[in-house]
Design a binder for this molecule. Structure first.
Ligand code: SF4
Ligand code: SF4
Length: 443
């Protein structure tokens, strides 16, 4: 039986646009912009100066804070400027701008990319590794969750003393419409994902790995099942295609039947969750000492001439990625980093992609939601679909009235801003926007 959670919606998938298109590696143009904040936690400080020569993969920013992740150069070249630059999550961010010498000269200790570098006997190889060394390499490589949340992975791999982790859940749901970068990653470098997943299991001393994939990716499910047939305690769990199936709490509930408490972390129920392609970055870091400087990105939407999956470098401007996908064939109504449900609207295309950029969408007017909001007819549909069992209609009313007591009483902070309520509302109420404002007021 297909696993799933209570509530949720079925938005048009739009994955057929890019799911069969193999990922194309592209190289940055004359400069890359590396923001010093690409993760949840403390931003980095620059450790290079203007005029310095840097190598591809060289660490260029770091922080002494535990909840942080260093940043690295994605090209070789010269540091041109260090200055505040527009960030795709909004506002300005101190960034290091590097002039690309187009030589891709690797920093010392990093081995060039080739799948042949993976040992033949992956399981035996991972068994021989020291868990502490895995965590330390993950930290040095600046690996953050690549599914969008961008939480530093070494923090997840270092649960508080006394916390026992028994299960690693690999998130291959990719439930946001349009996005297919994880799907392609599972098809194109499955062994790297398996290798990284075993490393995560080893690091947290878990007993089993559950790779969760939605049933709209039958090719990835079949491939992983074949490759994992000789692995004990590592299985593929097939999920019902539903949004937001990939959200951490819903995923854990569907796959393990466990309920993460309000305000709690997955470790509270003995689970570590990792996005599938984050596992590739782990294997890359441990086997090759390669930091997270490139990733799969889906470029899609009706306004894109040739929607594509790209393997692009951190620091490349959105406009370069659109260009690699044939450019924009019409003026987009909306540009979004990430998926249409939880992604972030953009006002310019010269912002850089970051470690958490899973996709960039250029949507036509027909693909967007509209800008007129109706009045609530109390149909209750938003309540039915809310995966967090909240009352989105009531939260909207209290947020508009700025009633802090009621917002607290109705647990507004449990809202994960999935947008299911907004999607289902027949009156096109801007529910999630009102809730976001209510949360800000409360904070
Ligand atoms: S209230 Fe929050 S969690 Fe519930 S459906 Fe709306 S956005 Fe999602
Ligand atoms: S779905 Fe829209 S109209 Fe229906 S109760 Fe919720 S807010 Fe009101």
């Amino acid at each position: 039986m297909l696993k799933t959670f209570r509530g949720g919606i079925h938005p048009p998938e739009k994955k057929e646009i890019t799911e069969k298109i193999p990922s194309l590696p592209i190289s940055p143009k004359d400069e890359v912009i590396i923001p010093l904040r690409q993760h949840i936690g403390a931003p980095c400080e620059p450790i290079v100066s203007v005029g310095d020569y840097v190598y591809m993969g060289q660490k260029i920013g770091e922080s002494t804070s535990f909840v942080s992740a260093p940043v690295h150069s994605s090209v070789s070249g010269t540091v041109k400027e260090i200055k505040p630059y527009p960030h795709p999550t909004g506002g300005m961010c101190m960034s290091i701008i590097i002039e690309n010498d187009h030589k891709d000269t690797l920093a010392e200790g990093i081995k060039p990319f080739t799948l042949d570098l993976l040992p033949d006997k992956i399981k035996e190889y991972v068994d021989s590794l020291d868990p502490k060394e895995i965590v330390s390499k993950v930290k040095e490589a600046g690996i953050t969750g690549m599914g969008g949340a961008s939480f530093p992975l070494h923090v997840k791999l270092s649960p508080p003393p006394g916390t026992e982790i028994d299960t690693v859940v690999l998130n291959g749901a990719e439930c946001e419409p349009y996005l297919t970068s994880d799907h392609r990653a599972m098809l194109e470098h499955p062994k790297l994902i398996i290798c990284g997943a075993l490393m995560i299991k080893k690091a947290v001393n878990a007993k089993k790995i559950l790779m969760a994939i939605e049933n709209n990716k039958p090719d990835a499910i079949a491939l992983m099942q074949t490759l994992l047939k000789d692995y004990e305690d590592f299985e593929v769990v097939v999920l019902k295609t539903k949004y937001p199936q990939g959200s951490e709490k819903q995923l854990i509930n569907a796959v393990c039947g466990r309920q993460v408490p309000s305000g709690g972390l997955p470790s509270a129920v003995g689970v570590v969750v990792s996005n599938v392609d984050t596992c590739s970055a782990v294997a890359d870091a441990v086997v090759r000492n390669m930091p997270l400087i490139r990733r799969n990105v889906t470029i899609s939407g009706d306004a894109v001439a040739n929607p594509a999956n790209l393997i692009a470098r951190v620091g490349m401007k959105f406009e370069e990625l659109f260009e690699a996908a044939g450019g924009l064939k019409e003026n987009p109504e909306k540009i979004i980093m990430g998926g249409p449900m939880m992604g972030m609207a953009q006002t310019r295309v010269d912002v850089p992609m970051i470690k958490g950029t899973s996709g960039i969408l250029a949507l036509s007017k027909a693909e967007t939601f509209g800008d007129k909001e109706g009045t609530c007819i109390k149909c209750g549909k938003c309540v039915d679909v809310c995966p967090m069992r909240l009352m989105p209609n009531a939260l909207t009313t209290f947020a508009i009235a700025q009633d802090m007591e009621k917002l607290k009483e109705y647990n507004i902070l449990d809202c994960m801003e999935c947008g299911s309520c907004t999607f289902i509302c027949p009156q096109k109420r801007f529910i999630v926007q009102h809730i976001k404002k209510g949360k800000q007021l409360l904070k």
